[in-house]
Design a protein around this ligand. Structure first.
Ligand code: IMP
Length: 440
């Protein structure tokens, strides 16, 4: 069967930890979108692993597949694989031949467009990893795929057209000088680099026809975890455009981006991952945003600094219209609520229960960012809960969670009409209350 893990908010909800929590029941972990813009931290056996591309399940010896919906920077991939090997692991990673490849000029173009937008304060605040430009080349039918790396002549033809087109944009549209980059627009250098990637992909037998590979594994009785990156409000279709990433984290894409059919994904579980408050990296509206001491407190308690960029994250109260939107767009069968420990010791914990806009009360997200910006949150307040020992609570189960924290959890469950399978009460995978294993 499959279990799909989706971020319900703006990324960084603790998806990697939940994937890891059910790692024992999982045979294959698949990423179906995004690239090395993601950041997951997995704590296992007292060791902390920070990964941005390789699926977190490989830390536990599972097969990790980067599906066709991903964009893959081979540099990052090999760095992460090598780093895991240096720490004594033997990562089993497979790449979809249909996945697109991030090349050096994609990163340059990401930076160039952000710089151009900065003049009008309209930059997205991207991670600078070349994600958007690579997806542009995919949709523009001119990108390079993993399968193309393995065909020297086809690769050269692709690059001849692609690199020249991109150089023209870099220079003529953005006004930069391609010769001042570190060979990012040099066809010969890129070709040679790609051939070196291809050698390693061949030597290590990394490339697969991912849809067939996964269907075979499922037919053999294996359990597959589909791991979304980022979150629903960063989805190119369902997020707050244009302050979004260039792919679809929502559950529908778990099928398209892996090569499994929607019926296969839909027969499984779809678990929405929620942080007990809200954080955001990058620009865009955030009606429940906090500032001052309260923001500082939550940022420090929650370690709210970007895994990929190290940027301090913006923080706010839980936003229920955002979660109702996510529950519908993804069809959650269960949820996990993480970081309940971070909110301990606050006198009161607030949530944005609804929005008010032009005198009207609304309970889900408006479709445009401009309308969202106009929304005032209608807050609801909960009594705070005192600090608790995560290990003791995780061991003793839900009834050991302070009553006020239980009231908070039950409010979210009722509003989303979805049961909480997991409650995160600390950073380690053992520091979770598991009420339901989605694979069982
Ligand atoms: P990009 O994906 O690098 O193009 O960035 C687009 C937007 O998505 C920016 O606001 C990023 O900060 C945000 N973003 C991308 N990946 C993540 C993530 O893994 N966690 C949180 N925000 C992310």
């Amino acid at each position: 069967m499959t279990v799909t893990i989706v971020g319900a908010q703006l990324g960084d909800e603790g998806k990697g930890g939940v994937v890891d929590l059910f790692g024992d029941a999982t045979d294959v972990v698949v990423r179906y979108q995004g690239g090395d813009n993601a950041g997951h931290t997995v704590v296992a056996g007292g060791e902390e692993y920070k990964l941005s591309l390789v699926p977190s399940g490989v830390v536990r010896g599972k097969t990790g597949v980067l599906g066709n919906g991903c964009v893959i920077n081979p540099e990052t991939l090999f760095e992460e694989v090598d780093a895991l090997r240096e720490r004594g692991l033997d990562p089993d990673v497979r790449l979809a031949k249909r996945a697109h490849v991030i090349l050096p000029f994609h990163r340059e173009l990401d930076g160039a467009e952000e710089a151009a937008k900065a003049d009008s304060d309209s930059e997205i605040g991207t991670t600078g990893r070349g994600i958007g430009p690579t997806y542009e080349d995919k949709i523009g039918r001119r990108g390079v795929r993993v399968g193309d790396l393995l065909n020297e002549d086809a690769l050269r033809d692709r690059l001849e057209y692609l690199v020249e087109a991109k150089r023209a944009i870099y220079e003529d549209v953005y006004g930069f000088d391609a010769s001042e980059t570190d060979g990012a627009f040099d066809i010969d250098a890129i070709h040679e680099q790609c051939l070196a990637y291809a050698d390693r992909i061949r030597d290590e037998d990394l490339a697969v026809n991912a849809g067939d590979y996964l269907a075979d594994r499922i037919a053999d009785g294996d359990n597959v975890m589909l791991e979304g990156a980022q979150g629903t409000s960063l989805d190119i279709d369902h997020g707050n455009f244009p302050y979004v990433t260039s792919s679809n984290p929502t559950a529908g894409y778990a099928a398209t981006g892996s090569g499994l059919g929607p019926t296969t994904v839909g027969q499984g579980e779809i678990v929405g991952i929620i942080k007990a408050y809200l954080s955001r990296v990058g620009s865009g509206p955030m009606p429940t945003e906090l500032d001052g001491d309260q923001a500082e407190y939550i940022r420090e308690e929650g370690g709210e600094y970007g895994t990929v960029t190290g940027r301090p994250r913006r923080v706010g109260w839980l936003d229920m219209p955002m979660l109702r939107h996510a529950a519908r767009a993804n069809g959650f069968t269960g949820i996990a609520i993480n970081h309940l420990d971070v909110l301990a010791e606050l006198d009161e914990v607030n949530v944005g229960h609804a929005y008010e806009r032009d005198g009207e009360r609304i309970h889900t997200l408006p479709a445009t960012t401009e309308a969202w910006r106009d929304c005032d949150p209608v807050m609801k307040s909960f009594d705070g809960w005192s600090a608790f020992d995560p290990a003791v609570v995780a061991d003793a189960g839900y009834s050991a969670l302070p009553d006020n924290a239980q009231a908070y959890v039950e409010y979210v469950e009722a509003e989303l009409d979805t049961p909480a399978y997991v409650l995160g009460v600390g950073p380690g995978r053992e520091e979770s209350i598991v009420r339901q294993n989605p694979f069982e």
